[in-house]
Design a protein around this ligand. Structure first.
Ligand SMILES: *[C@@H]1O[C@H](CO)[C@@H](O)[C@H](O)[C@H]1NC(C)=O
Ligand SMILES: *[C@@H]1O[C@H](CO)[C@@H](O)[C@H](O)[C@H]1NC(C)=O
Ligand SMILES: *[C@@H]1O[C@H](CO)[C@@H](O)[C@H](O)[C@H]1NC(C)=O
Ligand SMILES: *[C@@H]1O[C@H](CO)[C@@H](O)[C@H](O)[C@H]1NC(C)=O
Ligand SMILES: *[C@@H]1O[C@H](CO)[C@@H](O)[C@H](O)[C@H]1NC(C)=O
Ligand SMILES: *[C@@H]1O[C@H](CO)[C@@H](O)[C@H](O)[C@H]1NC(C)=O
Ligand SMILES: *[C@@H]1O[C@H](CO)[C@@H](O)[C@H](O)[C@H]1NC(C)=O
Ligand SMILES: *[C@@H]1O[C@H](CO)[C@@H](O)[C@H](O)[C@H]1NC(C)=O
Ligand SMILES: *[C@@H]1O[C@H](CO)[C@@H](O)[C@H](O)[C@H]1NC(C)=O
Ligand SMILES: *[C@@H]1O[C@H](CO)[C@@H](O)[C@H](O)[C@H]1NC(C)=O
Length: 560
């Protein structure tokens, strides 16, 4: 079957989606250029927004399905309640370093403010306009001190992007006073920014630099601050960290050496932190392209193609490893004065599971993935130059990013055949030498109570390292997990559902004899298809899983 007809087949299943939204009016995006800066120009342009709006109003797939997911997500975090009209988590006057919980409130509110600004532009529904305005106004009025780089920087990115959209929509009820409010807010936040303070500093540790600088970059665009903009452009490309070994800059942290091409240094620590960097730099690259040379004020540097598209080599390396393939890894020293080295051994803790280990509600799928860059690279170099990144994007399924960045010529060969309608991503991860997972063979006689029965196993896993096994299960009745495992050192077997719910877990004691256990799951009777991860933390020699107790267990195997 040709790829395009596979895509068409997959798309066909999306059309039946329930419509819970009202398309009220089509707000107009008013693109302006002020002091060389194009607005709106954070994350996307007027053209991107208007294209998305047109597709939604024409109910064109795959945009329409992607919109439905984004729209649903926009409603989750700002539900109306009696106490606080929009149920926001802030505002707070101060977000001190180390107070992650406080800063998370800022990030989450800012992300929902952003999603609602988008939802307003797409649907024209005043409900979203009110939520977005309410959220950004309250935070801008109250917040005086922003010291937390990661979530604070992320919050600053989304808050600013929300303001950028609202300011550019004629009917958003954004006022001159709101622009002034942002300027005053920015002045307070920036008052102590220098070489070793604030969001624009060059000396932060890997991902923290990306988060902080990503926030400062959005601010520079909104304000039209040429100096700040140029500073961040330099820091994200060649880097200005006094300790280059911990610099997040494209040219510093992505290795350009034969044999290790594309290795992202922070991957020696874990996978979630570099993922954040990739996402932020993707959107910085996209924003920088909208801004161009600022009407001749600067020499435009294209972050996508910078240094032989070094960023792409990082995306490809990252995707390859996180899809379960081995990649060469060069041991790196972390910090000039440090004796800390990162090598192969530290890298697998969260391999491939960044979309399951969520930090807060909006850290899902595409809001946290570097897929904006995919669509641009698809236009620049074609998908054959990035087979793993392509697979990674397909695994994300349709979402927020597809709505905004898909356009004629850059998405048609994406094959979303595994998208069963959840808008959730999965990654199939198998790691370690000799690791494998498969269905049991009919009549397989490997040890285990059911090893010779007609009940085949959903997964037979053999490995000495971490494995995530994603599968879709339809469970009409409340099921048990049937598990058989053996581990000479002991291990934990867990099952997660819908990315983060703990469905079942069991500790296999050291040297436990291979035996069958039944674990009650928290799945509800009548659950529709469930997206589950079968997960063993380490050292399992063999583990076999199946559901039982369900009247009609339906499993779909996913192969990448
Ligand atoms: C949006 O949410 C509604 C209500 O929960 C649901 O019926 C619908 O299928 C969802 N749409 C998408 C595209 O996820
Ligand atoms: C963060 O938001 C939660 C939920 O609204 C709230 O309970 C908590 O008090 C907030 N934290 C701070 C520091 O305001
Ligand atoms: C577009 O924005 C410019 C600059 O803010 C403003 O002068 C103009 O009136 C706006 N146009 C529309 C149609 O709103
Ligand atoms: C990166 O590696 C390629 C191939 O070895 C080389 O041509 C290029 O000059 C390198 N770039 C830098 C900045 O070293
Ligand atoms: C890898 O690093 C760990 C500590 O992070 C260390 O214990 C181990 O010996 C190192 N292995 C190699 C092969 O360098
Ligand atoms: C199959 O398993 C049953 C129960 O564990 C056992 O009694 C029987 O001998 C096994 N048959 C074979 C062929 O292994
Ligand atoms: C797995 O590791 C254990 C020790 O932890 C070892 O005895 C066993 O041989 C290993 N199995 C494989 C398949 O590598
Ligand atoms: C599952 O839960 C039920 C009660 O809810 C209990 O009777 C049963 O023993 C449990 N089964 C297992 C295998 O834990
Ligand atoms: C899992 O167990 C059920 C019975 O509980 C069985 O019908 C099914 O064939 C087994 N295997 C797979 C791959 O679903
Ligand atoms: C099992 O689920 C898959 C994927 O949702 C579906 O295509 C298939 O028709 C289902 N099979 C049965 C027997 O329900």
């Amino acid at each position: 079957m040709r790829v395009s007809s596979l895509l068409a087949a997959a798309m066909a299943t999306f059309v039946a989606v329930a419509e819970d939204w009202l398309l009220v009016s089509r707000p107009v995006c008013n693109e302006t250029v002020i002091g060389g800066f194009t607005h709106p120009g954070i994350f996307h342009s007027c053209e991107d927004l208007t294209r998305a709006q047109t597709k939604v109003w024409n109910k064109e797939e795959p945009w329409y399905t992607a919109f439905g997911r984004m729209f649903n997500e926009s409603l989750v975090g700002l539900r109306v309640n009696g106490v606080n009209a929009y149920n926001i988590r802030g505002p707070l006057p101060k977000l001190p370093y180390g107070q992650d919980a406080w800063s998370s409130n800022f990030t989450v509110d800012a992300q929902y403010g952003y999603l609602n600004a988008l939802a307003f532009f797409l649907t024209g529904h005043p409900f979203h306009r009110e939520r977005a305005l309410h959220t950004v106004r309250r935070w801008m009025t109250e917040l005086n001190v922003l010291e937390e780089y990661i979530r604070g920087g992320n919050g600053l990115r989304y808050l600013t992007a929300a303001c950028e959209i609202l300011r550019s929509i004629t009917t958003s009820w954004w006022l001159e006073d709101d622009t002034k409010l942002y300027h005053d807010f920015a002045a307070r936040i920036r008052k102590n920014w220098d070489k070793s303070n604030g969001m624009a500093r060059p000396d932060l540790f890997f991902n923290q630099g990306a988060y902080g600088n990503g926030g400062a970059f959005a601010m520079a665009i909104f304000l039209g601050d040429l100096e700040l903009y140029q500073q961040i452009m330099e820091q994200v490309t060649v880097g200005r960290n006094p300790d280059p070994t911990i610099d997040y800059a494209i040219g510093m942290q992505i290795i350009n050496e034969t044999g290790f091409q594309g290795q992202i240094k922070e991957m020696g620590r874990d996978q979630a932190h570099p993922a954040g960097m990739l996402n932020i730099v993707s959107l910085m690259a996209y924003s920088a392209e909208i801004q161009g040379d600022l009407e001749g004020q600067i020499d435009y540097v294209d972050l996508f193609t910078f240094d032989n598209s070094r960023f792409l080599s990082g995306l490809e390396y990252y995707s390859k490893f996180n899809l379960g393939h081995e990649v060469p890894f060069k041991t790196i020293r972390v910090g000039y004065d440090s004796e800390e080295y990162w090598n192969q051994s530290a890298r697998t803790n969260d391999r491939g599971i960044i979309y399951r280990d969520l930090h807060h509600p909006t850290d899902i799928g595409s809001l946290n993935s570097p897929t904006a860059a995919y669509y641009r690279y698809r236009e620049l170099v074609g998908s054959e130059k990035m087979p793993y990144f392509k697979k990674f994007v397909e695994a994300q399924t349709l979402g927020f990013d597809s709505l905004l960045y898909m356009r004629k010529g850059n998405y048609e060969d994406l094959n979303f055949i595994w998208d069963n309608g959840y808008g959730a991503s999965y990654l199939d991860v198998i790691s370690g030498p000799g690791a494998n997972r498969r269905f049991s063979e009919p009549g397989e006689t490997e040890e285990g109570t059911y090893g010779n029965s007609t009940f085949r196993d959903v997964a037979v896993v053999k490995a000495n390292t971490t494995i995530s096994y994603p599968a879709f299960f339809a469970v009409p009745d409340k099921p048990f997990l049937r598990l058989e495992a053996r581990s000479s050192e002991g291990t934990d077997i867990r099952v997660f559902g819908q990315m983060n719910q703990d469905i079942a877990n069991y500790h296999v004691a050291a040297s436990e004899k291979f035996r069958t256990v039944y674990i009650n799951t928290t799945l509800e009777a009548g659950s529709p298809n469930q997206f589950l991860y079968l997960y063993t933390s380490k050292n399992v020699e063999i583990a076999r899983f199946n559901m039982t107790g369900a009247a009609d267990t339906n499993t779909t195997r996913l192969d990448l």
